[in-house]
Design a protein. Sequence first.
Length: 278
Amino acid sequence: MKTALYTSEADLRNAIYLKKDPRFTTEPQFHEAMEFLFILKGAIKASIGEETRILHPGEIAFASSYRPHCYVDLAQKASEQAEAYVLVMSFDYTQGFYKYYPGLTFDAFLTDREKNQTIFELVHRWHEESQRTHLLNVGYCDLMLSRLIAVYPLKKEERPKDEGLMLKLIRYINQHYLESLSLQDLAHEFGYTVEYISKILSESTKRNFREYVNFLRYRKAEELLADPANQMTKLEIMSVCGFSSPVTFYRYQKKFAGVDTPPLRKGKGKLPAYHRKR
């Protein structure tokens, strides 16, 4: 498989989404989230890590956290276009799975159609729910995983001893992006030159280092702003998430979400001096 692209948009905190998606990822990608593909129609060539299979209706592909994957629709005619349910479960949800089943995972391809029948019925019923709240999604996820484990015994996950600098860099940044972080810090941590670190990151994320870090910070700020239990002002959230001024935050908001600068709704004045270094 050629070099995969890290799709950080799939790693939104607490995200669980299920959709019927005929547009398949022909370019290899990976993300922290766990992903299932349930084939409904047509034939799909699925590549998970170094394995490739042609899948048909009633079969399932599975990509564990950070496992490169891509899907190719083999249809020759528009009427034969493949269809599938795509289920993505963020690490915030799946860390419970990894806690109870450390070092274990599913096979990349779950192709016993008889075993899969009840799983497909469950996923179809889930997809047809008119109001899919987070709690409803969690309930369906728990039920689906428990049924999968009942018919497909988990196995020890085999990972390369060296998963590659690209994965190590992304994992490190995802854990430390709210801290004072620089390319020099990464170069020191991993023992490579700043130039090489910068090149690896830009190739894998399609963003330069600073833009990628600010994307993660912006995403975290949006999560906090949308949280009804949050007690911080908007200015405090911006500061906690690493933005030195509202101008900087709104610049990235326009860049990442296409949103023009809105007025401040919560809090006024200068940003408080929060210390982000952990």
